[in-house]
Design a protein around this ligand. Structure first.
Ligand SMILES: [Zn+2]
Length: 77
């Protein structure tokens, strides 16, 4: 079983956290290392709220698994 409820667990499992502002129609990424370095590594992902740096609206979160590797082949996506 893999636990990914906190920022630290997300980073440990090579996942990332996408952030989407519906007002600005803009995507960003949560800086998990910065969150951990500033003592928030044990905060839960579901309980955390992020605000858009442009408009200040609360943003939606999207848990992202690591990108699959294709060996030495070139990526086309
Ligand atoms: Zn925004």
């Amino acid at each position: 079983m893999i636990r990914m409820s906190t920022f630290q667990e997300l980073q440990h499992n090579d996942h990332s956290l996408g952030l989407y502002c519906i007002t600005c129609d803009r995507w960003g990424m949560a800086d998990l290392q910065l969150l951990i370095d500033t003592g928030r590594g044990n905060y839960t992902v579901t309980g955390a709220r992020f605000r858009c740096t442009d408009c200040g609206s609360l943003v939606q979160k999207q848990l992202r698994p690591p990108a699959p590797t294709l060996g030495n082949t070139a990526r086309y996506i």
